[in-house]
Design a protein around this ligand. Sequence first.
Ligand SMILES: NC(=O)c1ccc[n+]([C@@H]2O[C@H](COP(=O)([O-])OP(=O)(O)OC[C@H]3O[C@@H](n4cnc5c(N)ncnc54)[C@H](O)[C@@H]3O)[C@@H](O)[C@H]2O)c1
Ligand SMILES: [Zn+2]
Length: 359
Amino acid sequence: MIKIEVKLKNNPYPILIKRGLKNNLSLYLKKLQLGNLGFVLTSPSVYRLYKKTIKKNFSGKGFKIIVSADGEKAKSKYWLFKIIKTIVELDKKNKKPFIICLGGGTIGDLGGFAASIYKRGIPCIQIPTTLIGQIDSSIGGKTAIDLPEAKNILGSFYQPKAVLIDPDFLKTLSKKDLREGLAEAIKYGIIKDKELFSLIKNNPKKILNLEQSLIDKIIFRCAKIKAKIVEEDEKEKKGIRTILNFGHTFAHGLEAASQYKKISHGKAVAIGMLYAACLSYDLNRCSMKEVEEIKQILALYNLPIKINFNPQKVLNSINYDKKFTTGKIKMVLIKRIAAVEVSTKITAGDLKKAFKKIN
Ligand SMILES: NC(=O)c1ccc[n+]([C@@H]2O[C@H](COP(=O)([O-])OP(=O)(O)OC[C@H]3O[C@@H](n4cnc5c(N)ncnc54)[C@H](O)[C@@H]3O)[C@@H](O)[C@H]2O)c1
Ligand SMILES: [Zn+2]
C-alpha cells in the first residue's frame, strides 16, 4: 500500500494506492468513521461492471446506491438535485449521511459538490475508477457541475476525507478513456516532471497495454505532484495551483462551445495543451521544439492535434468563464518541458491568432 498525505492545515487526508483495494473498501471506510448513512454515487457503466464489488462493500441499511449518468451529463443541475433529494428523504433522526463517489471524474465532481452544499458540508470519500480520476480529479477538492454557458461554473473547494485508489479498476476502462487520462498525465509531465514526460513518450505500447509497473508509476507521480501543489495553494490564491490548468482555458471553452457533447475532457485537454504551446511560441516563451514535442507525444496516443471548431463560440465561452474585463486574461504558458509560467496578459487577439494553428 502506498500512502500519500495531503498535508492541509484544516483538512488533511490520505491518498491510498493499492491494487485490489476495491475488495476491502468497507474496511477502510469503517476506520474513517464518517457516519451511519453512506450514499454511494456511481455511473451506469461502473455499476454494470462492478455491481458485485459495490454490493459486497456497501450493502445493508447503512448504504444507498445512487446510479447517475455516464459522462459529463452527470455534472448537471438535474443530477445534483436528484442526489440532494434522495439524501433529504433518508436523512432522518440519528442519521449521519456521507457520500462515497465511486466512478470517473464526473462522478467525483458531482458527488463532491453535493457533499459540500448539503447542510453546508457532509463527509465525502473519493474512489476514482478512471485514470483522470486517479491522477487528478479526486485529489485537491475542486468540485463542480456545469451550466450550458460554461464548464464547472457552479462549484466549491471541498476536500474529501480520503482518496482510495485501486489501479485495477483501469482494467475495464476503454482504450479511449485510458488515452484521455494519459492526456492529463502528459500535462503533469509538461508542468513539473521531465522524467514522467519521457516515460510516457518512450512507452506508448506498454502503457496502453496497462503494464502494471508503468501505470503504477504514472499514478503515483501524478498524485504526488497534485498533492504537493494543493498543499501549497489549496484555494488557488497564490498562483501555484494555476499551473494545473495548463491547456484547460482552451479545453473548457471548447467543451462548453460544443455543449459537452462532441468532445470529452481528455481530448479537449490534449488539444488545449498543444494550443497553449502554440500560443507560448507566438509570445516568444518557447521554441518550435516544445510545440513539436507536445504534438508528437499526443500523436503517439492518438490524441487530437487538429480540431474543427467555431472560433467565435470558443472565444465566447472563454470570455464567459474568464472575462476580458481588463482586456486580458490569465493563462499558463510553457517555456520548456517541466517549466511553465502564468501570464496575466493574454488578449483576445493573441487567442484568435493561435486558434488558426490547430483549427
Ligand atoms: N476536480 C478536478 O480537479 C478535475 C480534474 C480533472 C478533471 N476533472 C473533471 O473530470 C471529468 C472527466 O473525468 P473522466 O475522464 O473520468 O470522465 P467520466 O467520469 O465521464 O468517465 C469516463 C467514462 O468511463 C466510465 N468509467 C468509469 N470508470 C470506469 C471503469 N473502471 N471501467 C469502465 N468504464 C469506466 C464512466 O462511466 C464514463 O462513461 C471532467 O468533467 C473534468 O472536468 C476534474
Ligand atoms: Zn482536466
